[in-house]
Design a protein around this ligand. Structure first.
Ligand SMILES: Cc1cc2nc3c(=O)[nH]c(=O)nc-3n(C[C@H](O)[C@H](O)[C@H](O)COP(=O)(O)OP(=O)(O)OC[C@H]3O[C@@H](n4cnc5c(N)ncnc54)[C@H](O)[C@@H]3O)c2cc1C
Length: 437
């Protein structure tokens, strides 16, 4: 039987020696105490692009069945749930309550444990910071069987290391989160086309105050030098609070397709949709459309077939963001390779309690590139050089190949973090960083 597990981009494969799906702490303690396993790693819904949720030759702990909602207080907006609960299910639970998660990534198919372990960010980072900024407490199981209640007040070092800790401090069992109030799931959105990078940056300066959610689509057909600036706010009027029921469209059958052609065609259509199909100016839309645009095609990654694709997501510090972005795009242009999808966001100064959190103030750009083997690796290495030279960093949740040197330079609290690392927790990403480090 093929036990392989994959990163979302399809370029990283791991073969765990065992996969377990515990439903209780008792199950978990049995796994830890069996003495049979070289290493452990939690896995959520596998939405990380590279190898941070893979554990070759070790035990992979599938957390999807630790999925109980423990409590919700409609007065305070405090939610307690197990770590395998998905954001999709939290949204559904909160339907009609007037509360929602303050920070969400670009897909709902992410578990709460995965959101903590990568300290995910959303399009509203400038105002709300990362997921971890809204985490009140978490319960963590270590491989020696001990369970810790962690918060800013109690076991705070473990708390800080677990937020953005890539699943390496132990298994997150449950979380206590502070939600935010909303009047409606209707949003007001505005799109402004821009035709040069300098305009993109001045648009941001102009609109930060008035709008909460900011994102940028860069048009690959123009070398990513033109695009749309997209802003959105929650409607302040009372309105619909029901999350839409999700249709699941599956393309899993094509996962073994020998080329990335279907993927490239879908990306082309997606970009066309951005370019032609969207009115500029202000319009009313739904939170679902603003927050999770890619969820309309849930398994779109499979369309890239066996070669898979890379996502290069960096953050470029504010002072140099425009020139560094210009350089990244010039490098890609010179290489003759094409970006499939390019999406940007801003990160603000709000810091996370997490030691290993990715965001620092600046512009974050995610560039999707089809995997053409050595020539793509070469291009990615050159892009890394631009990021390193401008003092930027890469996002481990999206990474399948960055060097340990770039990782170390981007994460200055790495040493403090490793003191909290559970010695029996490991991932393919972590071994890659250790091996050549
Ligand atoms: C379409 C798409 C859009 C995305 N948009 C964004 C975005 O806007 N912002 C952003 O920040 N990210 C984004 N991501 C990345 C995604 O949010 C993260 O990779 C997230 O961590 C995935 O969660 P998961 O449940 O799938 O976890 P996995 O990918 O399975 O695991 C991620 C990490 O969490 C650890 N982990 C999982 N569960 C536990 C647990 N219970 N205890 C301990 N460790 C655990 C794993 O070991 C691994 O290190 C996007 C991904 C996709 C596919």
């Amino acid at each position: 039987m093929d036990r392989s597990t994959y990163g979302w981009g399809g370029v990283s494969t791991g073969t765990p020696a065992y996969t377990f799906a515990p439903t209780s702490v008792r199950d978990l303690k049995q796994i830890f105490s069996s003495g049979e396993h070289k290493s452990f790693l939690g896995r959520g819904l596998g939405r990380s692009y590279g190898d941070c949720a893979l554990n070759t030759d070790g035990a992979l702990i599938d957390c999807r069945f630790l999925n109980r909602l423990l409590s919700f207080d409609p007065e305070t907006g405090i939610l307690k749930c197990e770590a395998g609960v998905s954001i999709l299910n939290v949204n559904r639970l909160l339907s009609t309550t007037g509360w929602m998660l303050p920070v969400v990534p670009g897909t709902q198919w992410v578990t709460i444990g995965g959101a903590i372990a990568n300290d995910v960010h959303g399009k509203n980072h400038v105002q709300e910071g990362c997921f971890g900024a809204h985490l009140i407490a978490l319960k963590l199981a270590r491989s020696n069987g001990e369970v810790f209640d962690c918060s800013l007040e109690s076991n705070n070092e473990l708390f800080a290391a677990t937020i953005g800790g890539l699943g390496l401090t132990g298994l997150i069992l449950s979380a206590k989160l502070q939600l935010r109030r909303i009047q409606s799931l209707t949003m007001k959105a505005r799109r402004i086309p821009f035709d040069q990078l300098s305009t993109l940056f001045s648009l941001a300066d102009e609109h930060f105050e008035a709008w909460e959610y900011h994102s940028v689509w860069l048009d690959p057909a123009t070398g990513c030098r033109k695009g749309h600036y997209i802003m959105a706010n929650h409607s302040q009027r009372q309105g619909n609070l029901t999350w839409p029921a999700k249709r699941r469209i599956r393309f899993g059958v094509m996962a073994g397709f020998p080329s990335d052609l279907p993927g490239r065609l879908v990306m082309k259509t997606g970009n066309l949709w951005y370019r032609r199909g969207i009115r500029s100016g202000a319009q009313e839309t739904t939170a679902d459309a603003v927050l999770y645009p890619l969820d309309r095609l849930p398994d779109w990654n499979a369309l890239f077939g066996k070669p898979g694709f890379f996502q290069h997501q960096s953050v470029l510090p504010t002072a140099v963001a425009e020139s560094a972005l210009d350089e990244l795009l010039s490098v890609i242009e010179t290489s003759g390779q094409r970006v499939l999808l390019a999406v940007g966001k801003w990160f603000g100064p709000r810091s996370s309690p997490g030691l290993m959190s990715f965001p620092v103030p600046g512009f974050s750009i995610a560039l999707d590139l089809a995997n053409h083997g050595t020539k793509t690796h070469k291009l990615l290495d050159t892009l890394d050089g631009v990021v390193a030279d401008c003092g930027g960093k890469l996002y481990p949740a999206k990474d399948a190949r960055m060097s340990p040197t770039l990782f170390t330079s981007g994460y200055p609290k790495l040493e403090q973090f490793t003191q909290q690392h559970d010695p029996l927790f490991a991932s393919d990403f972590w071994r890659r960083m250790e091996q050549s480090g």
